[in-house]
Design a protein around this ligand. Structure first.
Ligand code: PLP
Length: 388
């Protein structure tokens, strides 16, 4: 059967992720060291896995409320208060989702009418533009630059705002650059959102993974911003719980209600076993999280030092678990560099242009891989550079 014309035009018009294309090249190769997948190399801490097992043993295998377990929403309220300094009512302002991925989709679909413009900064996480398009919105990207350590500049944002702009999406620390926002610039951005009456979706998934001495500041906590911000967070990265697929959204009740309407029909609720695990993570997971963060910090320092030693300019990103070295002096495009590196040395890293055109000339290397592998990967990369 010919399926052309059977698939929705909206879906057919969306390209596959550049990461996926690249990883098809990796399939079937032996001895590949992957710096490609944005996923912690740790198994979920044992006490969190145990909480999931215990929940199953007790026979907790039912649906939960659409919003999620009240016990977990209360714990999220406590955590978000402590960490982000914003207070949300567990009864009406917190929605538990299937990862931050679902929360991004819900937030966009709840806010956007066809043709509304959504501003996002690039290089960015691969799902943002497709999710905007699937919600029938128009994505407007504001590039960030190496000279600003990939932070978003308020004047660049202001230049992109039009009467059709409804939403600003933020993600700091950023996937793929590891960038963090200087507080002063974030305050200027908040002022612009108030001036232009924008709603902000802030994806805080890497907020615990910061290696500078600064306390993480969320735009949701700035004066006048709580009422116009949807704060998204989850358990995948800081607690190494990607497979549990658990995230949450915090926002004023009318926004959560709108997101919940979609969630209740599309998903019903997040899995109860994962919710039990997340409760344990929030109640007793700090020590394990701090240990993992220390390990990433060590690996970040090593990776940045090694790349700079071999003549590749790489700034030390303030957060997440990615470095984004500048490979422009090699004269290769990011795709050619990544492909040749894979072919010659069996090291997989993602071409920067998979994260938007502002990423061209860079490479995303995820250092959440074992230290031993990281060392080998750096030696192989050095040999590859020597061969160019
Ligand atoms: N947001 C960003 C910026 C990410 O990098 C990722 C995963 O890589 C996600 C969201 C998806 O997170 P989750 O596993 O909670 O769906």
């Amino acid at each position: 059967m010919d399926y052309t014309g059977k698939i929705s035009r909206q879906v057919a018009g969306i390209p596959r992720s550049g990461i996926r294309d690249f990883f098809e090249l990796v399939q079937g190769r032996d001895d590949v060291i992957s710096l490609g997948v944005g996923e912690p190399d740790f198994a979920t801490p044992w006490h969190i896995r145990e909480a999931a097992i215990y929940s199953l043993e007790k026979g907790h295998t039912s649906y939960t409320s659409n919003l999620g377990l009240m016990s977990l929403r209360k714990e999220i309220n406590r955590y978000v208060n402590d960490f982000f300094h914003v207070d949300y009512d567990p009864a009406s302002e917190i929605l538990i989702t299937v990862g931050v991925s679902e929360a991004i989709d819900l937030a966009l679909r709840a806010l956007i009418d066809p043709g509304d413009e959504v501003i996002y900064h690039t290089p960015c996480y691969v799902s943002y533009l497709p999710s905007i398009r699937l919600a029938y919105g128009v994505g407007v990207d504001v590039p960030t630059a190496k000279r600003d350590d990939f932070a978003l500049k308020a004047e660049m944002l202001e230049a992109a705002i039009t009467p059709k702009t409804r939403v600003l999406m933020l993600n700091f620390p950023t996937n793929p650059t590891g960038a963090v926002m200087p507080d002063d610039e974030l305050k200027k951005i908040a002022a612009l959102c108030i001036k232009h009456d924008l709603i902000v979706i802030t994806d805080e998934i890497y907020s615990e993974l910061r290696y500078d001495e600064e306390e993480h500041l969320s735009i949701a906590s700035l004066p006048g911003m709580r009422e116009r911000t949807i704060l998204l967070h989850g358990f995948s990265k800081a607690y190494s719980m990607t497979g549990f697929r658990l995230g949450y959204a915090c926002a004023p009740a009318p926004l959560i209600e709108a997101m919940m309407k979609i969630h209740q029909y599309a998903m019903l609720c997040a899995p109860i076993t994962s919710q039990a695990a997340a409760l344990e993570a929030l109640q007793n997971g700090d020590a394990a999280m701090n240990e993992m963060r220390e390990s990433y910090h060590h690996r970040r320092d090593f990776t940045v030092k090694r790349l700079n030693e071999m003549g590749i300019d790489c700034h030390a990103p303030g957060g997440a678990f990615y470095v984004f070295p500048d490979i422009r002096p090699t004269g290769l495009s990011s795709k050619d560099f990544a492909t040749k590196l894979l072919e010659a040395e069996n090291v997989a890293a993602v071409p920067g242009d998979a994260f938007g055109s502002a990423g061209e000339g860079f490479l995303r290397c995820c250092y959440a891989t074992s230290f031993d592998e990281l060392k080998i990967a750096m030696s192989r990369m050095e040999r590859f550079l020597g061969s160019l």
